[in-house]
Design a protein. Structure first.
Length: 509
């Protein structure tokens, strides 16, 4: 590859590019929908005359589609321009939202959620890839702090937003309210979003697409079945095993395609040590966040008698604090590096989850609020620097693949976190009930054990955080594409705002 890389016009220091602002706003709107249906399950059961297991599919199908589609986004984002990718993603999301709003039957609603998720799956990798291309390295922490609003706060606020809307009327309002906002964001974005790079004509390996869909989709689906009762455990184990086998074949095929052609998901991203460590830490952090988002509503509503709205309002401050601290944490990272943030953040995560192991029928609500806020602040202190370090440790031609892999593993981690905590809680509760313990104390004990397992996993983040560098001195040199050398090698010259796809020139209009 040529060493001469065309330079983009410099982005003024301290300013977030307009294209990134628009993508953050759009990503916030679409990711909010991943968890917005959690509180609507009882309404769906009553309105559409379906069982609780069927109603859960409005969230499961969304997560499943995300896991299946995201692996394809690395190829897709190289194939089309930024503006076209934005238009397609938001157009698909709008179509799914409209279909869900008017769905006459559950099957149509489920189809609408799948279409919604297909559009959402493109937005996160598009945002991450664009950010890494147009934002200078010295400003990435600050800008990534703003991105925290979209990727972390949106799913945390989903249940609270839905609780407020459901107080007003039907579950259909959840989609009716989102539709005009998403339409305005789409129209404004299509007028303002710039093309960051030229599209690269490349073929797609369809066997890899099938393997990725069956593998990641099957793994997420299988994990989601673990929480549906003892009768589903055997089926869940079989589907998880089949999904894992498909992923193994997918990995083997990608390694082969890296030598002979263009892989669907370039696994050479994992050769860069900082990216791999960041990926592990992010996955465990996301697992902890989603696990707590499942357990806390169950605790507050089933055991403490709060309404969905009261539950959402109790958990909202933590999500808001997480988002509001994002820019400050980003600026701190730019100035001092990752160590003053990631290590304390990991320790805070362990302390918060450890505090939840003491839940009881008399724990004060202010204590629940405080522990949840501590968990959210700790995750914010961890996510922003780790995102920046991980993606900054990759050469530009791997940005789209790196963000695609990160998004995929987030969905798998979410499914694994949900399955783990629900399975542990259910198994412990069932065992105690069988021994003659009353149902409510048994469920409390099950929740304590589930939070204990989450705490033990979170301890791993402290170990990983200690191994992360304070800063990435520079992404690997472009002449080192595919090299086995880790990313803490010689610093490259300052061209982090250059878009590199093969040897094509960057085009900004």
């Amino acid at each position: 590859m040529s060493a001469a890389i065309p330079q983009q016009p410099a982005v003024r220091a301290g300013r977030t590019p307009t294209v990134v602002r628009l993508l953050v706003l759009a990503t916030f709107v679409v990711i909010l929908n991943e968890t917005i249906m959690i509180n609507a399950i009882p309404r769906l059961m009553d309105s559409l005359h379906i069982t609780e297991q069927s109603a859960q599919w409005v969230s499961t199908a969304f997560m499943l589609t995300m896991a299946a589609v995201i692996p394809v986004t690395g190829w897709f984002l190289q194939r089309v321009t930024t503006r076209r990718a934005y238009g397609i993603a938001m157009g698909v999301f709008l179509a799914g939202t409209a279909l869900s709003a008017v769905a006459p039957a559950f099957e149509v609603l489920l189809l609408g959620r799948i279409v919604q998720a297909a559009g959402t799956a493109v937005m996160m990798p598009l945002l991450m890839t664009t950010l890494m291309i147009v934002v200078p390295e010295q400003d990435r922490g600050r800008v990534m702090g703003n991105v925290t609003l979209a990727i972390s706060v949106a799913p945390a606020l989903g249940p609270a937003v839905s609780g407020l809307i459901l107080q007003v009327g039907s579950w259909r309002l959840l989609f009716v309210a989102v539709l005009p906002i998403a339409a305005l964001v789409t129209l404004f974005g299509l007028r303002k979003v710039e093309n960051i790079s030229e599209q690269q004509v490349s073929s797609i390996d369809w066997p890899s697409v099938v393997l990725a869909t069956l593998g990641f989709g099957g793994l997420v689906y299988g994990l989601s079945l673990f929480g549906e009762g003892d009768g589903e455990v055997g089926t869940a184990i079989g589907i998880v095993a089949a999904g894992s086998a498909a992923i193994a074949v997918f990995v083997i095929r990608q390694l082969k395609l890296q030598r002979t052609g263009a892989p669907l998901m370039d696994l050479r991203t994992l050769r860069h040590r900082t990216y791999s460590l960041s990926l592990a830490l992010m996955s465990i952090g996301f697992l902890a966040m989603l696990g707590s988002m499942i357990l806390l509503p169950l605790y507050l509503q089933n055991l403490r008698g709060l309404t969905p709205l009261e539950t959402g309002l109790l958990m909202m401050p933590g999500g808001l604090v997480m988002g509001l601290l994002g820019p400050t944490i980003g600026k701190t990272f730019d100035r001092f590096g990752s160590r003053p943030l990631v290590l304390p953040g990991s320790i805070g995560m362990v302390l918060a989850l450890g505090g939840f192991t003491q839940v009881s029928l008399t724990m004060p609500f202010w204590q629940v609020l405080g522990l949840h806020a501590l968990l959210m602040v700790s995750l914010a202190a961890t996510f922003t620097p780790v995102f920046t370090l991980g993606m900054g440790g990759l050469p530009p031609h791997l940005y789209s693949h790196g963000s695609s892999m990160l998004g995929t593993l987030q969905q798998v981690a979410a499914a694994f976190g949900t399955a783990l905590v629900v399975t542990v809680m259910s198994a412990r509760s069932s065992h105690l009930v069988a021994d003659g313990v009353a149902a409510v104390p048994a469920q409390v004990s099950g929740m304590k054990l589930a939070f204990g397992i989450a705490t033990a996993l979170a301890v791993v983040t402290i170990v990983v955080a200690a191994k992360l560098p304070n800063r990435v001195a520079g992404a690997p040199d472009h002449g080192n594409v595919g090299a086995d050398a880790p990313d803490d090698g010689p610093a490259m010259q300052q061209h982090s705002t250059a878009a590199v796809v093969g040897e094509k020139k960057t085009d900004i209009r």
